[in-house]
Design a protein around this ligand. Structure first.
Ligand code: GUN
Length: 282
């Protein structure tokens, strides 16, 4: 049976470290790191994320502002808010929760956020920096995965790493971070041929395709490290990952559960990025 990587415990440990650094920062500079979170419309999942982000800010001692805008907000109104937050001395990180309602242009918002306050690391400036290995902000979910691996003592150098999923938020930056840690990286996606065969090569498998319980034991090498980025709702309302935990866990050496694996790490990495942004502002 695999070691279960406890994302909640690792996340709590990192938040405690961030809180300590925040207190030292506030003492030295007389202000606290500030995060602004923007949400447009009434998507219930997004509302939960935003509430959790606000709570996390309180926990680590940040200043925070939350903007819950109506679904019919115009691009001009959203742009004006981003401009205001870009100019605010109290705000060091800006996060606009995606997806946005269809009439709004996500790219325009991503491009408008000052790269120095882009704690999602979605702006092309920060994406480009990640590509060349010179980064101040790491995208939150892949950074959370790296922290889980590191704090579990899992070596990446020289390992076969297979990332399944190629989104801008997870798959692509994840591949880059593993590459920077000297993994041999393969990225798979919906058109990959012989997916099971490629997955069976993985010493470290990162599953990020958004399909409930898709990865089964036959796709996993004996002793592999299995990281599940999936967050899917089953018909019965239960939260489940991309990995069929019950069949895969006995075969893996390490595995992340859902919930309680990668999920709690994402917001913690956002806090880390906000602290970094505040430090870089002084
Ligand atoms: N929606 C789902 N994940 C994310 C994220 O990491 N950042 C933002 N801004 N929106 C999201």
């Amino acid at each position: 049976m695999a070691n279960i990587i406890d994302g909640k415990a690792i996340s709590a440990a990192i938040r405690a470290e961030i809180k300590e650094s925040t207190e030292a920062f506030a003492k030295e500079y007389g202000f606290r790191p500030g995060l602004a979170v923007i949400i447009v419309g009434e998507d219930p999942a997004s509302q939960v994320y935003v509430r959790n982000k606000r709570r996390a800010c309180e926990e680590v001692g940040f200043y925070s502002e939350a903007y819950e805008l109506p679904a019919e907000t115009t691009q001009e109104e959203l742009n004006a808010l981003v401009d205001k937050l870009n100019a605010s001395d109290k705000i060091h990180g800006i996060l606009c929760q995606l997806p946005l309602p269809k009439h709004l242009d996500e790219n325009e918002v991503i491009m408008r956020i000052d790269p120095k306050k882009d704690v999602d690391a979605f702006h092309p400036t920060n994406v480009g920096k990640i590509m060349i290995g010179d980064y101040s902000f790491l995208p939150c979910t892949p950074a959370g995965v790296m922290a889980l691996l590191e704090r579990s003592g899992i070596e990446i150098s020289g390992k076969e790493c297979v990332v399944v999923g190629r989104s801008n938020i997870v798959g692509k930056p994840q591949a880059m971070l593993l590459l920077h840690s000297h993994g041999t990286v393969t990225v798979c996606h919906s058109r990959t041929k012989n997916l099971a065969e490629v997955c069976r090569r993985a010493d470290i498998l990162v599953a990020a395709i958004g399909k409930a319980d898709f990865f089964t034991a036959d796709m996993i090498k004996e002793g592999a490290v299995v990281i599940d980025v999936g967050m899917n709702r089953r018909a019965d309302g239960k939260l489940t990952g991309d990995v069929d935990f019950e069949s895969v866990a006995p075969k893996a050496s390490y595995i992340t559960p859902v919930p309680g694996g990668v999920g709690p790490m994402t917001i913690t990495m956002l806090m880390q990025n906000t602290l970094t942004a505040a430090k870089q502002s002084v």
